[in-house]
Design a protein around this ligand. Structure first.
Ligand SMILES: Cc1ncc(COP(=O)(O)O)c(C=O)c1O
Length: 531
């Protein structure tokens, strides 16, 4: 629930008007009205409510698709009523879903004779949950066979600190330890020099990220595969160590832009791959996919047979009912664009992001983490002691720049990097297929104008390190923060980083609205440790 009784404003509902017969009625905000209103009036009122939103085409924060062709939209509207789970009532829709899984398995180079299988999901988060569960269950079955203690000893999952929040959710929901490898100021990807230090016989798997949320860089999956090979050879007495690829962003991008890059099922230890169809799969939210390289990597306990909708239907999703229209939209894109179409679209997006990267670099004010020449994401920080070309020192920060860009309608998030480089603040521009050259030019012009404005600005609003801004995908649950603080006491593996300590301190000082929850969780016993 986004807000509830607790936050209720005094004004319980708003009257609406303009000469209609509904004039004087109230718009329900907290409880249903007694009477119905006219359908057109209802539509107009909601349209009015939605007027004051950002323009999705100018949203440089999201990876999610903000444009689909008219024909796709029509098709999707026509299929909104179909329930994706009801495969016996809608066998043709189920067939389209199967075709999508086949296409993805092929795109990800599943071995020819493999008995791969997969499913659609609501998005990458659900897909990652399923893949994580499959790893956990398989690990547990093997651990039991090897006589290991699976009851009192918690399993763990290894991932770089540039992970998306869904992995933290997975570990909290399914009682797995999240072992996080810090990133460094220089590299925001999986640290291959240290990854194996985090692995033991209780590791259910390592997650490689094909396009991190923070900067869009790729983990070195091929290098990781080699390390896992070596580990498995040396530890045949332990459960097999496997890799899942979180390809939320890159899963439907890399195959078209760098088909020779080996990050997928060509690497034998990669047992499952997930992606968001609603990112570079070019479909509106929400659709995701997960594919296992072979049936043996998806334990049977996770496949449920449901017969009450008619016929026998195996299901392995977390959700049950949902509209099939996104699956139809995904298949439309596959059918419509084909390999060449996807390549053309993604290479064009890449070209545009590289141009934006060039222009931003050319200002001389920023250091780039990602130039946009692979994943079309431009990620940069302000140079230390940055100066304009005429020598004027920069006295503003990236949050100020985000605010300025917002005045032109552009949403560009600024946020701190994850653990290991948390003192660095970056800004990220996500380029999508609907960012045309024209729009990109307009962005660059506005960007330059903002830099000029800031040079002459007298009032700057943002303190450095005020916390994350705009639409970001990372974060920590209160529970994890609590755990980190606790584990710091016992000297275990996970130490709270400076930013985590700062966050907790902030809560202690009452600077944040979540103070109450923090207090319940940690303040009583831990306050003295953090001062
Ligand atoms: C690497 C990564 N994994 C998972 C997700 C979650 O994806 P979704 O929004 O499709 O659930 C994201 C979202 O941006 C992501 O970047």
């Amino acid at each position: 629930m986004l807000y509830g009784e607790k936050n209720k404003e005094k004004l319980r509902s708003m009257a609406f008007g303009y000469g209609s017969k509904e004039k004087g009625s109230v718009i329900p905000k907290y409880r249903l009205n007694e009477e119905s209103i006219d359908a057109e009036a209802a539509k107009a009122l909601i349209e009015n409510q939605l007027l004051d939103e950002g323009n999705s085409r100018l949203n440089m924060a999201t990876f999610c698709q903000t444009y689909m062709e008219k024909q796709a939209v029509e098709l999707m509207s026509e299929t909104l009523d179909k329930n994706a789970i009801d495969k016996s009532e809608y066998p043709q829709t189920a067939e389209l879903e199967n075709r999508c899984v086949n296409i993805l398995a092929h795109l990800w180079n599943a071995p020819k004779k493999s008995d791969y299988l997969g499913t659609s999901t609501v998005g990458s988060s659900e897909a990652c949950m399923l893949a994580g569960m499959a790893m956990k269950f398989r690990w547990r079955n093997q651990a039991r066979e090897k006589g290991m203690d699976v009851l009192t000893h918690k399993p763990n999952l290894v991932i770089s600190a540039a992970y998306q929040i869904c992995w933290e959710k997975f570990c909290v929901y399914w009682d797995v330890d999240l072992r996080v490898i810090p990133v460094t100021r220089k590299s925001l990807t999986l640290d291959l020099d240290h990854v194996m230090d985090y692995v033991d016989e209780y590791t259910i798997g390592i997650v490689g990220i094909q396009g991190t949320t923070y900067s869009g860089e790729y983990d070195d999956i091929k290098g990781l595969n080699a390390l896992v090979d070596k580990y498995n050879k040396a530890h045949s007495d332990r459960p097999e160590l496997v890799i899942h690829i979180d390809g939320a962003c890159g899963g439907m991008f890399t195959p078209f832009t760098e088909p020779d890059l080996e990050w997928d099922f060509r690497l034998p230890n990669v047992v499952s791959i997930s992606t968001s169809g609603h990112k570079y799969g070019l479909t509106y939210p929400g659709v995701g996919w997960v594919v296992w390289r072979d049936r043996k990597y998806l334990p049977e306990e996770l496949i449920f047979e449901v017969s009450y909708l008619g016929g026998h239907m195996p299901t392995m999703a977390i959700n049950f009912s949902r509209s099939a229209s996104q699956i139809v939209g995904q298949y439309y894109n596959f059918l419509r664009f084909g390999r060449q179409g996807y390549s053309h679209i993604h290479l064009k997006t890449q070209e545009i992001s590289s141009v934006i990267g060039d222009r931003i670099e050319h200002t001389g004010l920023f250091e780039l983490y990602n130039h946009g020449s692979r994943m079309p994401i431009v990620c940069y920080k302000l140079k230390e002691k940055a100066k304009y070309k005429d020598g004027t020192p920069v006295v503003w920060n990236l949050y100020d720049l985000s605010d300025r860009l917002r005045m032109h309608g552009w949403q560009v998030p600024t946020y701190p990097l994850p653990d290991g480089a948390e003192e660095v603040t970056v800004q990220r521009i996500v380029c999508r297929a609907d960012l045309t050259f024209n729009l990109a030019e307009a962005f660059v012009t506005d960007f330059r104008e903002c830099l000029e404005d800031l040079k002459h600005a007298h009032v700057l609003c943002n303190e450095e390190k005020r916390g994350s801004y705009g639409f970001t995908h990372g974060g920590h649950s209160l529970g994890l923060i609590k755990k980190m603080v606790e584990e710091a006491d016992t000297g275990k593996l996970f130490q709270p980083t400076e930013s985590t300590k700062q966050l907790v301190k902030k809560a202690i000082e009452g600077a944040s609205a979540i103070q109450d929850e923090f207090q319940e969780l940690i303040l009583t016993e831990k306050q003295h440790d953090l001062k």
